[in-house]
Design a protein. Structure first.
Length: 140
């Protein structure tokens, strides 16, 4: 007799075994019902009544509002997450899709503009100083 072993918690198919002749019975976490050959990114899961295919994203890095996390459970990608990496540091996940954070882009642009202006002013002051534009004056 051939039996199919499944995980006691998740129901995921673990192995297919042949019952040894001297064995009395198959393990309680097994069935004689053959699991389907799963499609890409899926695993067969025993429900207690039959097999189904369940998405398997375990081990993938998922991205959400709070940052990146390693996915550890069977099933679809949870709401609010995506497995696509962010296109830029200014993108946020909204409804499972990347959206550019317009406010963050504007803030970064303002910081860059201020830094450029500060550098230009510092360079002009140093140029004036080197040309002697800041000569000491005698007090009367």
């Amino acid at each position: 007799m051939i039996y199919h072993v499944f995980d006691r918690v998740t129901g995921e198919h673990l192995a297919t075994r042949r019952l040894q002749e001297q064995a009395v019975a198959a393990p309680s976490n097994s069935t004689e019902v053959e699991p389907p050959i799963p499609s890409e990114g899926h695993v067969p899961v025993w429900s207690g009544f039959g097999w189904s295919e369940v998405e398997d994203h375990r081990g993938k890095t998922l991205y959400g509002a709070e940052g990146a996390v390693r996915h550890r459970e069977l099933g679809p990608i949870p709401d609010g997450f995506t497995d696509a990496p962010p296109p830029s540091e200014f993108h946020r996940v909204v409804d499972g899709q990347w959206q550019e954070d317009v406010a963050a882009v504007a803030e970064e642009e303002a910081v860059r503009t201020a830094a450029t202006q500060r550098k230009e002013l510092t360079d002009r002051l140093l140029d004036d100083y080197e040309r002697g534009a800041f000569m000491k004056r005698e007090l009367p």
